[in-house]
Write a protein that binds this ligand. Structure first.
Ligand SMILES: [Zn+2]
Ligand SMILES: [Zn+2]
Length: 291
């Protein structure tokens, strides 16, 4: 039984979608979730995943957060992540790692919810720590280490917004999460040979029908299916998982086919609540997927 999974909480984008909440996933090692981003609905998806038996941990275990960048579709769930698990009697606060600006965001959220915090502290028997957030702003390199994971960050290229990709080195293998980014020269070498590459993507085919101003924006901030095929060919991940998909009318199968036009490896288009499991290296490295 693998002790490492990736749980897709939200595979969506800023564009509202009835089936996809915005960006969030959990790398889970030996029952400890390490959240990457917290778009809207992240906490709700944790509750759903537990209710249907996909996870055996709960919201009170959400104490580690890695933020790729400060766009709302990756952070708007942060107040929910701070205050809902607190109601659920989370004992510890949140340790958050992310780019420049995250500390300011956290400080302002705490100010905005000052009355909620004041009343709750005086009226409820909850932990005195469970609502707090401690932020460490990083720019790259080794950003976190404990007895289960080592986490490396790489500077991403998401326009003029500070942005990071993360690499989780676990006992069962290596997981790379791109965050929002256009292709970065150093990425392929940094991520090479990873077990699971979770990468953002937009449809190169549908891009040609987009208004020129949006074409300009997406080409300088995101990764097309053609660019991802080239990148994945260089990275050679054991499995490529598409997240934060800008389908623009394509089906998931069509988007996968776009990538596979120039990339022969396995490609999966993620949906919310998909679980990707890494089997232990001692079992021969054979990876399985549970969806
Ligand atoms: Zn985004
Ligand atoms: Zn973004």
């Amino acid at each position: 039984m693998s002790q490492t999974q990736v749980v897709i909480l939200g595979s969506g984008t800023p564009n509202a979608d009835p089936d996809r909440v915005s960006a969030s996933l959990a790398v889970v090692v030996a029952g400890q979730p390490y959240l990457v981003d917290c778009g809207h609905g992240a906490v709700q998806r944790v509750v759903e995943a537990r209710a249907v038996g996909k996870i055996d941990w709960d919201t009170t275990d959400l104490t580690r957060l890695f933020v790729t960048h400060l766009h709302a579709d990756h952070t708007v769930g942060l107040p929910d992540l701070l205050y809902t698990p607190w109601i659920h009697e989370r004992e510890a606060g949140l340790q958050a790692i992310g780019p420049l600006g995250l500390a300011d965001m956290a400080r302002h959220i705490e100010l905005a919810y000052r009355e909620n915090i004041r009343e709750h502290l005086s009226a409820h028997p909850s932990s005195r720590e469970g609502y707090k957030i401690v932020v460490r702003e990083v720019a790259g390199g080794c950003v976190y280490e404990d007895d289960k994971v080592t986490v490396q960050a790489l500077e991403a290229n998401h326009g003029d917004l500070a942005a990071l990709s993360y690499k989780f080195e676990t006992p069962d293998g290596t997981i790379v999460v791109s965050g929002d980014t256009k292709p970065v020269a150093r990425f392929a070498e940094w991520a090479r040979g990873c077990d699971l590459l979770l990468h953002e993507v937009y449809s190169a085919r549908q891009f040609t029908f987009r208004p020129p101003a949006w074409q300009a924006y997406h080409s300088r901030t995101h990764t097309s299916s053609d660019e991802l095929a080239a990148l994945a060919t260089a990275v050679r991940p054991k499995r490529l998982v598409l997240v934060h998909q800008l389908f623009w009318g394509q089906t998931p199968a069509q988007l996968v086919a776009e990538v596979q036009r120039a990339y022969p490896g396995e490609v999966i288009s993620a949906s919310d609540l998909d679980v990707f499991e890494l089997t232990p290296v001692w079992s021969g490295g054979m990876k399985t997927i549970m969806r």
